[in-house]
Design a binder for this molecule. Sequence first.
Ligand code: SAM
Length: 177
Amino acid sequence: MEVYVLRLGHRIGRDRRISTHVALTARAFGAKGIYFDCYDEKVFSSVRKVVENWGGDFFIEAVNWKKFLKEFDGLKVHLTMYGISLMKKIDEIKKASKVLVVVGAEKVPGEVYHMCDLNLSVGNQPHSEVAALAVFLEKVLEVVFDLKFEDAKIKVIPSERGKNVVRKGEKIFDPTF
Ligand code: SAM
């Protein structure tokens, strides 16, 4: 299954940090790419830098969100605290070959609720687009801890203590911190 993310309502300046986290979470948890409704040089270049160093072919792109959402040829899922439970629809989602998951920043335009096939919640408490997206991707793709980016320039060698990191086979961090 291919999963794409649409990030709505990014405010240049104010949302940079959280939008970057949305994009990095999308990549690390198995989405193919993320679409923003505006171009933010800082966010886009820092996400692309991560891809360059840490591998894979995750993309970040700006689109006309309304046209894009309307024309997307797959299952469109909007994550919102007001929706019905993600777990009620998980089987339906897993059958889809292409999924677009929409997450907001502040208030999402009302028409999004009608343009999407499903309005789903990860619990009905207000929390965060990063948390909602991470749970969604983990439940739908179930591959999060197996993801490998074979072409990565930088890799973490998991260790019980310390930071063991290699760049092109050479140690770059002292494992004793
Ligand atoms: N009142 C907003 C709403 O419509 O969900 C909360 C805005 S929240 C800061 C930003 C985004 O986080 C939302 O647009 C939604 O995508 C996601 N989100 C927050 N809580 C959620 C929840 N319980 N379930 C699913 N998504 C959630």
